[in-house]
Design a protein around this ligand. Structure first.
Ligand SMILES: [Co+2]
Length: 134
C-alpha cells in the first residue's frame, strides 16, 4: 500500500512574458525564484500558497516537451496537477497493474529534488498527472 496526499501543486504553462505578468499579480503570495530544469525541458517558478503551490512553467531548450502544449494553447493554460505519494515505486507498480500508462519507465528527479513520474493523460480523464514522492 502507499499513501496519497492532497494535491500538491497545479502547474500552469505560460510564455515567459506572461509568467512575468502573473508574478506581478501574485505579489501577495510567496514567490520562489525561477529554476531551470534541463532534464525536463522547462523553467519553473513556484508560487507558494500554504501547503499548495502553483507552478508556472515555460519551455526551456529547443526540444522542450511542453512546447507542443503552448503551440496548441497560444495563451497557455493548466498543464498538469501534482499528487504526493509516500512510495513512488509502489505507486508505479500499482498503476501499471491497473493499465495506467506511465510516461517514463523510471522516476526522474523533479523540481523539488524528489522523484517524480507522469501518468498518461488519456488514462486519467484527459488530465496530465504527476506523482511526486514525499
Ligand atoms: Co510539476
Amino acid at each position: 500500500m502507499y499513501r496519497l496526499a492532497l494535491q500538491r501543486s497545479v502547474s500552469l504553462l505560460c510564455k515567459f512574458s506572461k509568467c512575468e505578468a502573473k508574478r506581478l499579480h501574485l505579489t501577495a503570495a510567496q514567490l520562489r525564484s525561477s529554476k531551470p530544469l534541463p532534464e525536463h525541458g522547462v523553467t519553473t517558478v513556484f508560487v507558494e500558497l500554504g501547503d499548495t503551490k502553483i507552478e508556472l512553467l515555460h519551455p526551456l531548450g529547443e526540444k522542450s516537451p511542453v512546447q507542443s502544449f503552448l503551440d496548441k494553447n497560444k495563451s497557455g493554460g493548466m498543464h498538469h496537477i501534482c499528487i504526493e505519494v509516500d512510495n513512488i515505486q509502489k505507486a508505479m507498480e500499482d498503476l501499471k497493474a491497473q493499465n495506467i500508462r506511465l510516461l517514463s519507465e523510471q522516476a526522474k528527479i523533479g523540481a523539488h529534488g524528489k522523484p517524480v513520474v507522469f501518468l498518461h493523460p488519456k488514462d486519467c480523464d484527459g488530465v496530465l498527472v504527476e506523482l511526486e514522492e514525499a
